[in-house]
Design a protein around this ligand. Structure first.
Ligand code: CA
Length: 524
């Protein structure tokens, strides 16, 4: 079976690309696996992403090394964890002079392009074509930056990003295979939905996660002190689309000063009159009901959760719809057979689990990321993989698909051995290190290791706390068993695993301390 698949892959591809497949690497921003029906159909159905999964392989244990936007993107481009590529938090600037995946692919004869979200502050390097959103980008009428300058496009960001991808595919000469990064802004906060899909989820009663009202008992200080609770830290205005005037009238103060400004920026500065009128028709009645009902306490949290998910899922819908449009176009171009399509996110996201939105923690919902690879003849159709894989593997995998050498200093390894069949021994444990603290959302610095069964986390800097979870018996990570004598053997083993990972990748508690000092010095 494995030999057949590899043979098919090796001879797949028609003429012009010299037998090597094109690669479209789709990265959404903050797209939780809980909001992809190939993983879980509780919240939404995503037929086009599901098609990739049914015609390809779905990874159920794909993890990131540092669960926020810019660090994940730097890891994609380098195949290295944050401590080695120099980009540890969202404030850092990516050093585009270092060895990158796109330059290596170019050296191997691939045409390289990125369209959509970039979020690495420095100008893209190593691409034949780049057209990216400045910083986070905007949902409506967004600017795109390229080497020709800045251009504003009318419409919705997910549609426009896809239009630009299709235009690029139509306009390129096909004497080389290509690597295209098709990177969405959606479904990033503040979840402004497309005008034509804004109401799809409004009449649903969206199922609440079991841990929406988590009290964080049985865990350390980090979970309790994080500032990402829907109840306390989500914005009624920018996040939930209540006008600042209505929120103030009911006595609600924004958790952070910029929340109301963010609402006004999107609503007043970026939307045009037509879009604003369409949104008023939808959000106006929601505002009226909110003022009339004036929910408080638990009822307010429930209301905010529903509003959050309604808009989040609508932005996911636009991604899935546009993927369908792209797949249709690839069909017309007769490129579906010879193109590897990867679907992933820069990390996972909390959709109310533990009462949270956002990411950052090594807890499952943010640490895990969706990963699907479709390659007709190159991967098993409909396969599911439980091997532990990480985003450091993306660069080695794409180089391997291209037949290029994988540099020895990359931390990841090619996933190609998993294309034909699963292998539970592919990797013993995933490594994690999060740095952005002090910082927005107040998630403490931590590093850790996760095996198939256990997860060990060390929170450091202004605390010194260890957490150990038995994921088999406690999949929601509600009971820290680090000091439970029954888990003494597991604790010792996981401590050894974590030290082994740090030694292998060149990270350590001392390196963490130096990174902390450097980050604090930059802030001063
Ligand atoms: Ca992100």
């Amino acid at each position: 079976m494995a030999a057949t698949l590899v043979a098919l892959a090796a001879c797949g591809g028609s003429g012009s690309s010299g037998g090597r497949p094109n690669i479209i690497f789709i990265m959404a921003d903050d797209h939780a696996y809980q909001a992809i029906s190939a993983y879980d159909d509780t919240l939404i159905t995503t037929p086009n992403i599901d098609r990739l999964a049914s015609e390809g392989i779905r990874f159920d244990r794909a993890f990131v090394g540092n669960s926020i936007c810019s660090p994940s993107r730097a890891t994609l481009l380098t195949g290295k964890f944050s401590h080695a590529n120099g980009l540890r938090n969202n404030l850092h600037v990516f050093d585009g002079d270092q060895q990158t995946l796109q330059q290596l692919m170019r050296d191997a004869g691939y045409e390289t392009a990125i369209i959509g979200k970039w979020h690495l502050k420095s100008e893209p390097t190593g691409f034949d074509h780049w057209q990216v959103l400045p910083d986070q980008g905007e949902y409506y009428n967004p600017d795109f930056v390229s080497d020709a300058g800045t251009e504003r496009f009318g419409g919705y960001v997910t549609d426009i990003t896809t239009d630009l991808v299709i235009d690029w595919l139509d306009g390129r000469d096909d004497d080389r295979p290509f690597l295209l990064f098709y990177h969405h802004k959606a479904p990033h906060r503040e979840w402004w939905p497309p005008i034509d899909g804004v109401t799809e989820f409004h009449d649903m009663s969206i199922i609440e996660p079991d841990t929406l009202f988590d009290d964080y008992e049985g865990r350390g200080a980090a979970a309790a002190s994080a500032e990402m609770r829907i109840a306390d830290h989500m914005g009624l205005t920018n996040d939930n689309k209540i006008t600042p005037e209505n929120a103030a009238r009911l006595g609600h103060q924004p958790f952070m000063d910029w929340y109301d400004d963010a609402y006004r920026r999107q609503y007043e500065a970026y939307m045009n009159d037509e879009q604003r009128a369409a949104m008023d028709a939808v959000y106006g009645p929601i505002n009226e009901r909110f003022v009339a009902e004036n929910p408080r306490g638990i009822e307010l949290t429930r209301w905010k959760y529903q509003r959050y998910l309604q808009d989040y899922l609508a932005t996911v819908r636009s991604i899935d719809d546009n993927l369908g449009r792209l797949l249709g176009h690839l069909g017309e171009l007769e490129m579906l057979q010879d193109t590897v399509i990867v679907y992933t996110s820069d990390q996972g996201f909390f959709l109310g689990e533990h009462g949270w939105f956002d990411k950052r923690f090594m807890y499952e919902e943010s640490f895990r990321t969706p990963l699907i690879i479709r390659w007709p003849g190159g991967v098993e159709a409909g396969g599911v993989r439980e091997a532990i894989v990480q985003n450091v593997d993306f660069a080695p995998t794409l180089l391997d698909i291209a037949g290029a050498d994988i540099p020895a200093d990359m931390h990841g390894r090619s996933l190609k051995p998993l294309f034909a069949a699963d292998n539970p021994d592919f990797r013993d444990a995933a490594y994690y290190h999060y740095y952005e603290y002090p910082g927005i959302h107040a998630v403490k610095r931590h590093y850790g290791a996760r095996t198939a069964r256990y997860k060990l986390i060390h929170f450091y800097y202004d605390v010194d706390e260890w957490e150990l979870y038995d994921l088999r018996n406690d999949p929601n990570e509600l009971r820290n068993v680090y000091d439970d004598p029954a888990y003494a053997v597991a604790r010792a083993e996981m401590t050894r695993v974590l030290e082994g990972l740090q030694a292998r990748y060149g990270d350590s508690p001392d390196a963490a301390r130096l990174a902390l000092e450097a980050d604090l010095a930059e802030e001063r």
